[in-house]
Design a protein around this ligand. Structure first.
Ligand SMILES: Cc1cc2nc3c(=O)[nH]c(=O)nc-3n(C[C@H](O)[C@H](O)[C@H](O)COP(=O)(O)OP(=O)(O)OC[C@H]3O[C@@H](n4cnc5c(N)ncnc54)[C@H](O)[C@@H]3O)c2cc1C
Length: 364
């Protein structure tokens, strides 16, 4: 099949790799003009790592094994400690480079910002139109253009995207060596009743991605300009157990990012006619479960496997519709469980009680 993928980040590149394995003719169209993607770091779950292996991307030398998750209180006392299996911390840029490195040259086209589709008489999409005038015809279009997807809003809008109450301020520490306590360990400190917690994710022996999860009704400072936020951080981190101050003050505080997380109910289907949404475009997940990247990789495998089972040559529109319906039937129960878990964790975070039970912030 001729498949055009819109968006060249995790979901788009993983889809392209999986679909190329089955011999489809794939092109990826990415809005950015350069390959550098930015971002900080993330935890990759076992299913995400297995998925990466299946599409030929080996992260063994790029990720940092994280074997333990420790949640502690504001005095550093353990609340919940749990062993983690086959989980790594990884810089987002390294993950993107690994995906890109596995893709044949020429498949990714940069500087292509998707504008909309040209329809065919049967109501399907005939061609995708980009802002530089490029027009691309394909049998199947895959929208992998992230949370604020243009493909979704222009073709299959579904439930509205909502801004959620919790926010995350994210940054990155680079030093000669990470503090010993973070060797192989993800650490999270919670001041549950104050609506704030701090997570430290080691992504190498020299690097840690940190995040401050906060309720902006109680911490409006997180919405302030960079300079004021920096002054606040310099004072605030002193109140937290080691190694919070060392990590956050050892970071470039001019390079932090305020993540305004979003939520969206799941639609009935992730497609309309021959346009399928994958990754964050299809199902933004709350950050509480660390599942955005893993779910994007699973989507890529799922669509590749379904097409392998059903397609020997370019399918008729009804047959393709049936295959894409099956994609949603297969994916929705899994994603619904993650969405519900994220909402539960968010609700606990925003409305804490003395009996709030902490949950390991990684959903399988
Ligand atoms: C800049 C950035 C930094 C991030 N950093 C982190 C992080 O540090 N930790 C973490 O856990 N998660 C991070 N994420 C989120 C994480 O990448 C996703 O949740 C997850 O990987 C799912 O990926 P995705 O490919 O579905 O969406 P995304 O990663 O959001 O990728 C969407 C891609 O589509 C492209 N795009 C958007 N609109 C158009 C258009 N109109 N035409 C063509 N292309 C378009 C974007 O440029 C982007 O490359 C980041 C996302 C972005 C965009």
């Amino acid at each position: 099949m001729r498949i055009a993928v819109i968006g060249g980040s995790t979901a788009g590149l993983a889809s392209a790799l999986r679909l190329r394995q089955s011999g489809h003719e794939v092109s990826v169209f990415e809005r950015r003009s350069g390959t550098s993607t930015g971002g900080f770091g993330l935890l990759l779950t076992p299913s995400a790592r297995q998925g990466m292996r299946r599409i030929g991307v080996n992260l063994d030398s790029l990720g940092y094994p994280v074997e333990q998750s420790d949640i502690r209180d504001e005095d550093g006392r353990s609340i919940l400690s749990q062993g983690l299996h086959d989980t790594v911390g990884i810089e987002r840029a390294k993950l993107q480079d690994a995906l890109l490195g596995a893709l044949e040259p020429g498949i990714l086209q940069l500087g292509k910002s998707f504008l909309g589709f040209e329809s065919d008489p049967q109501g399907g999409a005939r061609a995708a139109i980009f802002s530089d005038g490029t027009r691309v015809e394909a049998d199947l279009f895959i929208g992998a253009d992230g949370v604020r997807s243009n493909v979704r809003s222009s073709w299959t809008p579904g439930p509205a995207l909502r801004q959620v109450q919790s926010m995350e301020l994210v940054g990155m520490y680079r030093g000669d060596a990470i503090p010993e306590i973070l060797n192989g360990r993800f650490l999270k400190f919670c001041r549950t009743e104050d609506g704030i917690s701090i997570g430290l994710v080691p992504t190498s022996t020299e690097c840690v991605t940190w995040y401050i999860q906060c309720d902006p009704r109680r911490w409006p400072i997180c919405l302030s300009p960079q300079e004021e936020k920096r002054a606040w951080l310099q004072e605030e981190v002193q109140r937290w157990p080691d190694p919070v101050a060392e990590i956050i003050l050892g970071s470039d505080l001019n390079r932090t990012h305020l993540w305004r997380t979003t939520d969206r109910d799941l639609p009935i289907n992730f497609h309309r006619s021959n346009v399928l949404l994958v990754g964050d475009a299809a199902h933004p997940l709350l950050t509480f479960t660390s599942q955005g990247t893993g779910s994007a990789i699973e989507d890529a495998l799922a669509i590749g496997d379904l097409l392998d089972h059903h397609v020997s040559r370019t399918p008729e529109p009804e047959q393709l519709d049936g295959i894409l319906c099956e994609f949603s039937r297969h994916r929705i129960p899994i994603l619904r469980a993650r969405l519900q878990m994220g909402r539960r964790m968010q609700s606990q975070f925003l409305n804490p009680t003395r009996r709030t039970q902490q949950i390991v912030p990684i959903c399988s």
